[in-house]
Design a binder for this molecule. Sequence first.
Ligand code: ADP
Length: 248
Amino acid sequence: MEYSNKELEKAFTDLSRMELSRKRLFANISHDLRTPLTLIQGYAEAIQDGVVSSKEYQHKYLKLIQNKIIGLTRLTDELFELSQLESRNKKFEFALINISTIITKLENKYRYDIENAGLLFKINAPENSDICINVDISQFERIFSNLIFNSIKYTREGEITVSCETSNDTVVFRISDTGCGISEQDLPYIFDRFYTPSKSRNSSMKSSGLGLAIAKEIVEYHGGKIWAESTLNQGSSFYFTIGIHKLD
Ligand code: ADP
């Protein structure tokens, strides 16, 4: 079989890109594991060496250790989840659900968290719709949970809106917020694994940088698309599509 120079060049570029992405992935994993582990070691040594002697401070340090461990557990769970999704090893159980039921579920599940964060929660969706989509409900809910909790995390004041519109044979869901927004430079990369721009990558472990990568995998598993639009300091909108189930 003969390959043209162009084809070989393209194969080489693709391979180099994959290799770079693999290197970055490992560098990020080791960074995100090493930072909390170093902190845990430091806290434990401080208690052991008697540097922290009062009961009150020991308790504080143990709490810090516990929080780091919770973060690490979350990170490894999410990594496992993502690798299962990427290799298509996860079994999805598809079922039909109509979009009004989805909206009611969202209302019940997130109103409290959103209002508790001091934000308004708005919903724009057709009432009593009989339009159905075929999804794995728990995975599908994960998309909303990752997007809505991000909106809460990155919005100081204003509102979060969930909208649902149908266009031809797809349903387009939109989650918008009036938060800090995403810069033009960062926007193309936010769905990449571990992408957390500049200062948000820290040791608090509240950000794993995997939430959007997981949401993207789940949407694509359902045959849909996901994308974002954003203006810095004004807010962001995340969109994703799911095909409408046609009744025979
Ligand atoms: P993280 O755990 O860092 O939030 P994600 O994969 O969920 O990881 O998001 C990747 C990055 O995209 C975040 O670090 C953040 O910079 C940006 N981002 C995601 N959602 C929003 C949002 N609603 N508003 C502003 N920035 C966001």
